[in-house]
Design a protein around this ligand. Structure first.
Ligand code: E4P
Length: 217
């Protein structure tokens, strides 16, 4: 299972990358806003830190402009994956950009039907948004399951990038179903290390150790 980090916070990416936990990064306009930084400058810094794909999103809504923006973003670094929304124009841009050898991440996917079209348009990644579906009481994980089944039925090469991850359970479930990649905020990745029985066990070991009166080293 590959881990992408869903943030434009370079300090957080660095911390996780140093532990070998970053296979790629995803950003979007809201995350760029949150970083308070210039898109080209911050994306370049991220691309220098991470060798895997770094998604940078276009903001045009018409295919021709999306392609132009995508090609501009692609000049930032060789590991840029151009992110386009799952609209008809986005699919048109996806086809054109992948035909030119660019990596494309088709984002804002909320149905299996949309995911089929993205695969047909040659997407490198499809990003189904689990959390946002859960927010409107639709099981986001069922979507991951459906896409996995359909892609496997036809050996589509598009990678399933489970997005809008809100919890540790989302990561584990996406892995169980067989999503190729999970993109999660740094806080969720760090929360994966926590378990109350680990805390309780460690507390007991430290108390017992103190009673031995010993020290190591
Ligand atoms: C994916 O690439 C998106 O950046 C992201 O996962 C959106 O998540 P959100 O619904 O928490 O904003």
């Amino acid at each position: 299972m590959k881990f992408f980090v869903d943030t434009a916070d370079t300090a957080a990416i660095r911390e996780l990358a140093d532990l070998g936990m970053v296979d790629g990064v995803t950003t979007n306009p809201s995350l760029i806003l949150k970083s308070g930084r210039d898109i080209v400058e911050v994306t370049k810094e991220i691309c220098d830190m991470v060798s895997g794909p770094v998604s940078a999103e276009v903001v045009a809504t018409e295919a021709k402009q999306m392609i132009a923006e995508g090609l501009k973003l692609a000049t930032i670094a060789p590991n840029i994956a151009i992110k386009v929304p799952l609209t008809w124009d986005g699919l048109t841009a996806c086809k054109a950009l992948t035909s030119e050898g660019q990596m494309v991440n088709v984002t804002l996917c909320f149905s299996a039907a949309q995911a089929i079209l993205a695969a047909k348009a040659g997407a490198s990644f499809i990003s189904p948004f689990i959390g946002r579906l859960d927010d409107i009481h639709i099981d986001g994980m069922e979507l991951i399951e459906d896409i996995r089944t359909i892609y496997d039925n036809y050996d589509y090469e598009t990678e399933i990038l489970a997005a809008s991850i809100r919890s540790v359970n989302h990561v584990v479930e996406a892995g169980r179903i067989g999503a190729d990649i999970v993109t999660a905020p740094p806080a969720v990745i760090k929360a994966m290390a926590g378990h109350p029985l680990t805390d309780k066990g460690l507390d007991q070991f430290l108390k017992d150790w103190a009673k031995t009166g010993q020290s190591i080293g």
